[in-house]
Design a protein around this ligand. Structure first.
Ligand SMILES: [Zn+2]
Ligand SMILES: [Zn+2]
Length: 365
C-alpha cells in the first residue's frame, strides 16, 4: 500500500516550490522506507528548482536528511526498522571499475531506490540526488541509509548527509590537511565553514576564511578560522599571502566554484600547494584560464572534491562521534528550524546569506 505524505515539489524551472501530496511505495527488494525527522535546505535544492541540474521535472526536493527506518524490503541486512540513519546520496555499488579498485568514493553506479515516488495523477517524481526527503516518508536504496547513534540530535545529524560532509571531506579527505598546515577557504557558507572546521580539527595552524559578506566571516571565526578576509576590501590572493609569511597557503579550498574564485585559489597557494574545488559551478559553460608556466612552475595539485570524497559508511559515524564529543560544532550550522511549508522562504534566505542552514523538522508521530 503506497503511503500518502506531504512533500516539496518543484514542478517547473524557476517556479516557486509547492507542498503537495506525494505517494511513497512500500520498500521493494534492497529498498528502505525512511521516516524523515529532519532535512536541511541546501543550495543544491535551489539549483534543481532553477533547472541547473537537468530537466527531469517534477523534482521531489530535499537530500540532507536524518530519520528512522520505517520498513525495509527483502534482502536488506544493513539496517532494520527503528534504526536511526543519515541518508547518503552516495551508496557505492561494489562492482564498478572504481569500486573494484578500492576507490568507492568515485563509484560510477551509486545505488538508489528502483521505485519512484509519484504525484496524485501517477506522475513519477525525480528525487533530488536520489533522495527526496522534504517529505515525511522517503524511499531510498537501503545502502543509502547509514546507521548512526540514535541519541544524536536529528537537525544536526541531518547536515552530515550533504553540506557538512562535502566541506569537511574537502579539507580532510581530498585536501589531506596536515598538522601545521596553513589553509585558506574561499566562500564561508555551509560547505566552506565545514571545510574550516575540518581544517581546524585536522591540525591546521592558520585557517583563513574569505568571503564578501561580513556575517559569513563571523560564522567562519566560530568554526575555527584564525583569520578572515573581506574580499570586498582586500584582494584575497594578497591577503592570504600576507597572512602566511608572504608564501601562500599549503591548501586553498574553493567552496564557491566560479572561475574567479578558482583562479584566486590557484594563485594563493604556496610552492607545491594543493587546490581543492568543492563549490559546484553554478552554470554550464564557465571556463577558467590559467597561466601554463604557473601550472607547471608552482607544482602541487589541483583536485575536485565530490561530496568530500566521502565513504558514508566510514565517515558519517565518525562525524557524529566528533559532534557528540564536542569537537565538531554541528549545532552551529543550524540557523533555524522550519516546517515543510517554509522551504521557498528558506531559499530566499540562502540567496541573501541570512542563514547557514534552515532545517525542516517533521512533527514526531
Ligand atoms: Zn546538498
Ligand atoms: Zn561502484
Amino acid at each position: 500500500m503506497p503511503h500518502e505524505v506531504r512533500g516539496v515539489v518543484a514542478r517547473k524551472r524557476g517556479a516557486p516550490v509547492e507542498v503537495v501530496t506525494v505517494h511513497v511505495p512500500d520498500p521493494g527488494p534492497d529498498e528502505a522506507l525512511i521516516r524523515v525527522e529532519a532535512c536541511g535546505v541546501c543550495h543544491t535544492d535551489l539549483h534543481y528548482r532553477e533547472g541547473g541540474i537537468g530537466d527531469a521535472f517534477p523534482f521531489l526536493l530535499g537530500h540532507e536528511a536524518a530519520g528512522r527506518v520505517e520498513a525495509v524490503g527483502t534482502g536488506v541486512t544493513n539496517v532494520a526498522r527503528g534504526d536511526v540513519v543519515v541518508i547518503a546520496w552516495r551508496a557505492p555499488c561494489g562492482t564498478c571499475r572504481s569500486c573494484l579498485r578500492g576507490r568507492p568514493w568515485y563509484c560510477f553506479d551509486s545505488q538508489n531506490a528502483r521505485q519512484h515516488m509519484t504525484l496524485d495523477d501517477g506522475t513519477e517524481l525525480t528525487a533530488a540526488l536520489g533522495i527526496g526527503a522534504f517529505a515525511e516518508l522517503c524511499l531510498v536504496h537501503s545502502r543509502q541509509a547509514v546507521k548512526v547513534d540514535p541519541n544524536a540530535r536529528r537537525e544536526a545529524a541531518a547536515l552530515i548527509g550533504c553540506g557538512v560532509m562535502a566541506g569537511y571531506g574537502a579539507a580532510v579527505n581530498t585536501g589531506a590537511v596536515m598538522p601545521g598546515d596553513s589553509v585558506a577557504v574561499i566562500g564561508c557558507g555551509g560547505v566552506g565553514n565545514a571545510a574550516i572546521a575540518g581544517a581546524s580539527i585536522g591540525g591546521a595552524r592558520t585557517v583563513i576564511g574569505v568571503d564578501v559578506v561580513e556575517r559569513k566571516l563571523e560564522w567562519a571565526r566560530r568554526f575555527g578560522a584564525t583569520h578572515t578576509v573581506d574580499a570586498t576590501q582586500h584582494d584575497p590572493v594578497d591577503a592570504i599571502r600576507a597572512l602566511t609569511g608572504g608564501f601562500g597557503a599549503d591548501l586553498v579550498i574553493d567552496a564557491v566554484g566560479r572561475p574567479e574564485t578558482y583562479l584566486q585559489a590557484f594563485l594563493a597557494r604556496d610552492h607545491a600547494g594543493r587546490l581543492v574545488n568543492v563549490g559546484v559551478p553554478p552554470a554550464q559553460g564557465m571556463t577558467v584560464e590559467l597561466p601554463m608556466s604557473e601550472v607547471f612552475g608552482r607544482g602541487g595539485s589541483m583536485r575536485s572534491s565530490w561530496y568530500g570524497d566521502c565513504l558514508p559508511t566510514r565517515d558519517f559515524p565518525v562525524l557524529i562521534d566528533m559532534y557528540e564529543k564536542g569537537r565538531l560544532d554541528l549545532d552551529g550550522f543550524v540557523s533555524e528550524i522550519i516546517t515543510v511549508n517554509d522551504v521557498e522562504d528558506a531559499f530566499r534566505k540562502i540567496v541573501n546569506s541570512e542563514v547557514l542552514r534552515s532545517v525542516v523538522v517533521f512533527a514526531p508521530r
